[in-house]
Ligand binder design. Sequence first.
Ligand code: NDP
Ligand code: 8X3
Length: 265
Amino acid sequence: MPSLKYICVKEFETMNKIALITGATSGIGLETAKRFASEGISLVLCGRRLERLQTIQKELSSKVKVHILNFDIRNNEEVVAALHSLPREFSKIDILINNAGNAHGLDSIQNGFLDDWDAMIDINVKGLLYVSKVIINSMIENKSGHIINIGSIAGKEVYPNGNVYCASKYAVDALTTGMRMDLNEHGIKVGGIHPGLVETEFSEVRFKGDKEKASKVYQGIKVLQPEDLADIIYFVISRPYHVNIADLVVLPSIQASANIVHRNS
Ligand code: NDP
Ligand code: 8X3
């Protein structure tokens, strides 16, 4: 017979939980979707690449219910329309993983491009806010929810040529704290996860499709894999209700800080 103390603690149950993941078409978002599916968490998966979303939906639908939403997070009208189009069975989002984001360029502030700056601020900061605004409203109505914002070590330390990307991730860090404070009275948990180097499509996007340049970032070093982050994200969201992992920096062992990476050559 369970003790009274045990009964009073709301344990985490994956059954009937629904997670919305932005940026689910590759990297950390995709692996998190797979991990959640294998734990029985139903999914709303978002991204711009529709074909990929459809393939992932097909793959994961044998395990859990999966709904896909195809929108550009930079466009608030698209975000609102997509999120309001959710069928009733997907409309109560329990877990929001604000993951969509990228770096665009790695240039000094004096040589940076306005288009890159706009992209990083619009996607990493404003896009995260657009999605959060809609989902937070419904979480408040439900008096529950868990939001994880994917920041970066770049949101804890600035590095040379990181300028606007770092600023966008510092903003994510600040918003995470702000959300946690404002949503506290509504029973909504908020936390930030801040990875160092993770081998995804991130560097390919940063270097505008230059695969050779991108592969050099990870050459000869064992960096984090998206599955590592998926594991950690699942751990964070599966703690009992009274436990909130508020702020987590995750580095590969060869990385000591944003700009110190031990390379043999
Ligand atoms: P990927 O490039 O593999 O994934 C980025 C995801 O974001 C894709 O699914 C992409 O989907 C989505 N996305 C990008 N722009 C938009 C947009 N305008 N509208 C909607 N979705 C968009 O990179 P990661 O998995 O590495 O990145 C995930 C998060 O992790 C990002 O926030 C990134 O800043 C952060 N991060 C990454 C690190 C790394 O070293 N890789 C380290 C620290 C943090 P689609 O193109 O289909 O729209
Ligand atoms: C991505 C990691 O070090 O390229 O946020 O900024 S880094």
